[in-house]
Design a protein around this ligand. Structure first.
Ligand SMILES: CC1=C(CCC(=O)O)c2cc3nc(cc4[nH]c(cc5[nH]c(cc1n2)c(C)c5CCC(=O)O)c(CCC(=O)O)c4C)C(CCC(=O)O)=C3C
Ligand SMILES: [Fe+2]
Length: 346
């Protein structure tokens, strides 16, 4: 059986991810890589550094990537050598591309651990790939697989995890529980220019949520389960507007409306990241506790068998159309700060 080429003739798969620190001394250099040229205030950076330090300076993201790669390597539908390269921490994508070239890879598919359109979640990864290839003479061609937000494998994994989290709520409040889907907030300027026609980040997340609601909580008791899409992990200077409401504010608003139980469903993250284990499992959990709300958090897609199988299915699809050069542009750093600030080098 020749399952090694698929329709698009790839000879390798590279998992492209964000990267995270793996010890206390990694935290500041990692954060400096993340925010270089981004205008994130120093106070915000120190606050986030403290979140990492509470976990011994170790983000869960790299271990999750290693587990995913192990699972992909064991997936018969993949049948390709699997590489891994990150934007912000070891193994850096450029080093990986060099290794791929040395191994004789000619045409690789890239699975980016982000399912949606926007500068941060799509274009920036395309730029990372282009920069890494430009630094390596004779680098392989690298084709980014399509956005998988609506793929039945991703949806099935998250629906399964949503049902499981509903099952962890006390029986008495389970039926009335509300599903609260979360994703990383982004600046409004970035949200407006996401995708070929703008607005794609939010529209895709909403679609994912709808698909999960339909699968996890089908109308059986007569009505569809109530749900919302809200935002978490806002960064940037306070005067720049980002997508709202924040998940913790939203829990308060729901409580004021008499909602007694919530399942958080982190569809914006493909695996456990610091944003999930701190911003949701520590901060949002504390907010719910204070309000006396029952709260559980659905597991991220991680290595759910349907999610892993999805990667094999994506590899078998014809080569995806490249994103138009104009979609998901890098927002200017001065956007949202009013007129007169238009001389940054970004
Ligand atoms: C849309 C989006 C995703 C989802 C898509 C994807 O998965 O790629 C994502 C993922 C992640 N973001 C991560 C970490 C950080 N993001 C930051 C800052 C920012 N994120 C942004 C957006 C996103 N981020 C933006 C617009 C900024 C402002 C600065 C800038 O314009 O770039 C900062 C700076 C400090 C702060 O939070 O203020 C950190 C440390 C980690 C690793 C977590 C871990 O270690 O477990 C992951 C997976
Ligand atoms: Fe981020």
């Amino acid at each position: 059986m020749d399952s090694t080429t698929g329709n698009a003739g790839y000879d390798a798969l590279v998992v492209v991810s964000f990267g995270g620190p793996e010890g206390p001394e990694d935290v500041m250099p990692f954060l400096e890589n993340v925010v270089r040229g981004r205008g994130v205030p120093r106070e915000r950076l120190l606050e986030v550094a403290d979140h990492y330090q509470r976990f011994g300076g170790v983000s869960p993201i790299n271990a999750q990537c290693r587990q995913l790669i192990e699972a992909i390597e064991a997936e018969p539908a993949v049948g390709l050598p699997v590489y891994w390269g990150n934007r912000n921490w070891h193994p850096f994508l450029e080093d990986t591309v060099r290794r791929m070239k040395d191994d004789g890879v000619r045409r690789a598919a890239a699975f980016v651990t982000s399912a949606y359109s926007s500068y941060s979640s799509c274009r920036q990864y395309l730029d990372d790939i282009a920069r890494a290839r430009a630094a390596v003479p004779g680098a392989p061609e690298i084709v980014k697989l399509r956005h998988h937000y609506d793929h039945p494998g991703f949806v099935a994994a998250m629906a399964d995890h949503t049902r499981e989290a509903l099952g962890r709520l006390p029986g008495g409040v389970r039926d009335a529980a509300r599903l609260v889907f979360t994703a990383h907030s982004i600046p409004l300027t970035m949200a407006r220019t996401a995708g070929p026609a703008g607005g794609a980040y939010e529209a895709q997340l909403r679609r994912t949520a709808e698909l999960i609601v339909a699968e996890a909580a089908p109308a059986g008791r007569g009505t569809e389960r109530e749900w919302d899409l809200v935002w978490q992990s806002r960064s940037g200077p306070p005067q720049v507007p980002w997508l709202e409401p924040d998940v913790c504010d939203h829990l308060e608003a729901l409580h004021a409306r008499g909602v007694g139980a919530v399942v958080l469903v982190p569809i914006g993250f493909m695996s456990d990241h610091m944003e999930v284990v701190y911003d949701l499992d520590v901060e949002a959990a504390a907010a719910a506790d204070k309000l006396g709300m029952a709260l559980t958090r659905a597991a991220t897609a991680g290595v759910h068998p349907r999610f892993v199988a999805m990667i094999g299915e994506l590899l078998a699809e014809p080569e995806p159309a490249a994103c138009p050069a104009t979609c998901c542009p890098r927002p200017r750093r001065d956007q949202g700060r009013g007129p007169g600030a238009e001389h940054g080098q970004e």
